[in-house]
Design a protein around this ligand. Structure first.
Ligand code: BGC
Length: 568
């Protein structure tokens, strides 16, 4: 071999080695990058783990907190609010009622015609309006004027061509899905905002007064006969269709649950007298907290940066308002850790830019090359083409976050069943073996887009329910989608509590005793006289009162003198 040939061969070998070195170097670096990103994923997976043992701890904590919240005002982060709904629709409701459903980024107005037989809704007309973003943080007057004018236009359209009744005011069920301290079935004070609303002047105000003032300003003759939470509306509709319905759960933008409780178990309101011996309790479970909840650094940051830190902890792990933002935070961290997504996209730092419907779409993308994932990364997060491996990683993140949310929601539901003795364990104190407990069919009405529209979420929730309860027990528990419960349920409750309903013509004559801070003008009773004022501003005073079943429930039964059928 000539010298030239040897030289060329050596040269080629050197270049080949150099190239191989570069390639190997790149591979090693890329493997290291990948290992770091997988490390972030592993950490997330571990922090979000919800083995059945942990879920059972959450179940127990939920049941214990329910007791605590019923025992005393402020006894738990679970507010366990009275709703004054002491009877649920039976099917005999008849007539035309309106409903206003305000609780998320849209509000809806409805007109429902009830036929007087179970499940006989003759017609329902609905109009949905997005709430302009600026009204969610403006003034109560702006918000309610907007709502009242939409309602008025809706009524005019619905009733065009028909004469309004000269003797009957239109009746409305007002579904207002925020934490409210109810004063009666048709009045209540907003405790705080959730789900991104922040109209400061409304906190602490009586909600129905604000609505009715706007109705008067708009010239619409309509009266709110009930003020209810969306959970109570859902329970009402659930019961209307199925008499075994005992609780209702919402898993949508926000999350919450209510259930039917025995009046004597509501210790914080001793002597509570209701027509049925029961009352629907609005748990406000979004605010539930327990050290058993699997919390990650992403949850902590999300909470700290939210307008309501330390509040709605359970909701922030479960509901549609937040899941997208948890996923965004994980992708941001991965992207900062290593450049697998290319240069860090500035969109990744925008709170709530990635919404839960996008998470669901990526999670449920079944195309082999994950086209939907690539599209959402590109269009929403401005992350250009990434490899299939990276797209799969994103799907895995969606999976971990959704899996935890669904399983925690299932634990919450079993917590309620445990509290009311329907989980097969013999109630909160346990004691009886599963075989001793005769199980009754138990229906939980359920509503909210996360459950109804996100199939994987729903499947995970059911899977967890089966794991916690065991197959035998789980077959007695039915989760029934109650579509539009918050709207139609509001109208149904308006019918149940209508002042024109013959069932509501009973009146009570009572002597009631109240402290000054529960002054009568804040109280829904129709006062006919005060027989004595004892000493000092905080001493109890005695009043002679007439209570109208259409507006209230009796708070102090020891003072009841007589029940009459006629107005005195
Ligand atoms: C509110 C609840 C409501 C739930 C579902 C929560 O943010 O506090 O009152 O029931 O969302 O809409």
């Amino acid at each position: 071999m000539g010298k030239l040939a040897v030289g060329v061969a050596v040269g080629v070998a050197v270049v080949a080695c150099a190239v191989a070195g570069v390639v190997v170097g790149r591979r090693v670096r890329s493997r290291r990058k990948w290992t770091r990103v997988v490390g972030v994923l592993k950490e997330l997976e571990e922090a979000c783990e919800t083995p059945v043992g942990r879920l059972r701890q959450v179940v127990d904590a939920m049941a214990v907190e329910m007791h605590a919240g019923l025992a005393s005002e402020g006894g738990s982060k679970l507010k366990m609010l009275l709703t004054f709904v002491d009877h649920l629709p039976t099917g005999s409701e008849i007539g035309t009622y309106y409903a206003l459903d305000l609780g998320g980024t849209n509000f809806r107005v409805l007109r429902v015609q009830l036929g007087g037989k179970r499940s006989s809704i003759l017609s329902q007309d609905v109009e949905r309006q997005p709430i302009p973003q600026h009204l969610m943080t403006s003034t109560s007057e702006d918000l309610f004027d907007f709502i009242a004018s939409t309602l008025k236009q809706f009524v005019e359209k619905e009733e065009s061509g028909s004469e309004p009744s000269p003797v009957r005011t239109r009746e409305l069920g007002f579904t207002f899905s925020f934490p409210v301290k109810q004063l009666s079935i048709r009045s209540g004070i907003l405790i705080k905002w959730t789900k991104g609303f922040a109209i400061e002047d409304m906190v602490g105000k009586e909600v129905v007064e604000l609505l009715e003032a706007a109705l008067v300003r708009s010239g619409l003759d309509m009266r709110a006969v009930v003020l209810v939470n969306d959970t109570a509306g859902t329970l009402a509709l659930g019961r209307y269709h199925d008499a075994d319905t005992v609780a209702a759960v919402i898993i949508g933008t926000g999350t919450n649950a209510c259930y039917l409780e025995r009046a004597d178990a509501i210790i914080k309101c001793q002597g509570l007298l209701t027509t049925s011996g029961c009352m629907v309790v609005n748990m406000e479970w979004g605010n539930f907290w327990s050290s058993h909840l699997p919390r990650t650094s992403y949850d902590i940051d999300l909470d700290l940066e939210s307008p309501n830190p330390n509040d709605q902890g359970f909701e922030k792990m479960i509901s549609g308002m937040y899941l997208g933002d948890i996923v965004r935070r994980v992708i941001l961290r991965m992207s900062q850790e290593m450049d697998i997504f290319g240069p860090v996209s500035s969109r990744l730092s925008i709170p709530f830019i990635l919404q839960t419907p996008s998470v669901a779409a990526m999670h449920e993308d079944d195309s082999p090359e994950l086209r939907e994932v690539a599209k959402i990364l590109r269009e929403t997060l401005e992350i250009p083409e990434v490899s299939l491996k990276v797209r799969k990683l994103v799907v895995r993140v969606c999976d971990v976050v959704t899996h935890r949310a669904a399983r925690l929601a299932a634990a919450g539901i079993v917590g309620i069943l445990k509290k009311i003795g329907r989980d097969g364990s013999g109630g909160i104190t346990g004691g009886r073996s599963k075989s001793d407990v005769k199980m009754r069919r138990t229906v939980v009405a359920i509503e909210g887009g996360l459950y109804t529209r996100y199939t994987i979420f729903r499947e995970y929730l059911h899977e967890a329910l089966n794991e916690i309860l065991g197959e035998d027990m789980a077959q007695h528990v039915i989760l029934k989608v109650t579509e539009d419960g918050s709207g139609i349920g509001g109208a149904l409750l308006a019918a149940s509590y209508s002042s024109y309903s013959v069932d509501n013509s009973q009146h009570l004559v009572v002597m009631a005793s109240f402290n000054d801070h529960q002054a009568p003008h804040h109280h829904p009773l129709s006062w006919v006289g005060a027989n004595s004022a004892i000493h000092g501003p905080f001493c109890p005073r005695h009043y002679l009162a007439v209570i109208d079943f259409t507006t209230t429930t009796i708070l102090h039964k020891e003072y009841v003198i007589a029940i009459t059928s006629d107005k005195p």
